[in-house]
Design a protein. Structure first.
Length: 126
């Protein structure tokens, strides 16, 4: 099964979370990456078109963009599976998959300092 943008099929993100403002996959974020994930036979397909601004300076896709695509697509797969089994899940519930991996979620109004240990948070402007 081939997934084409504009095929009329709603993505997992558009169907389950139409007002989500996630930078990577939020349908309600016009400045985001606009990643879309679609169920296919035996898999879930991600559709993403990089912009020239996503270049890492050496002619390749920036690693942070790649990580965001993997993060958002993985969350969509988990949420689709939860829906198929009638499990209660939310976009925030997928954070539990990363519990202890990078520390607690950080607000976009905070900066993060990484010293090789636990992330430290502080509000921006302070």
């Amino acid at each position: 099964m081939t997934i084409e943008e504009g095929s009329g099929q709603l993505s997992i993100q558009e169907r389950l979370f139409p007002t989500l403002r996630c930078f990577g996959c939020g349908p309600a974020n016009p400045k985001g990456l606009r990643l879309r994930s679609y169920p296919a036979e035996g898999s879930v397909v991600a559709v993403f078109t990089p912009w020239p601004e996503h270049d890492n300076g050496l002619g390749y896709l920036n690693g942070g963009i790649i990580a965001t695509v993997l993060d958002c697509h993985s969350a969509a797969v988990v949420l689709l599976e939860a829906e198929r089994h009638n499990w209660t899940a939310s976009a925030g519930a997928t954070l539990a998959l990363c519990d202890g991996w990078a520390g607690p979620p950080v607000s976009p109004t905070e900066s993060v300092r990484r010293d090789g240990g636990t992330p430290r948070r502080r509000a921006l402007g302070r």
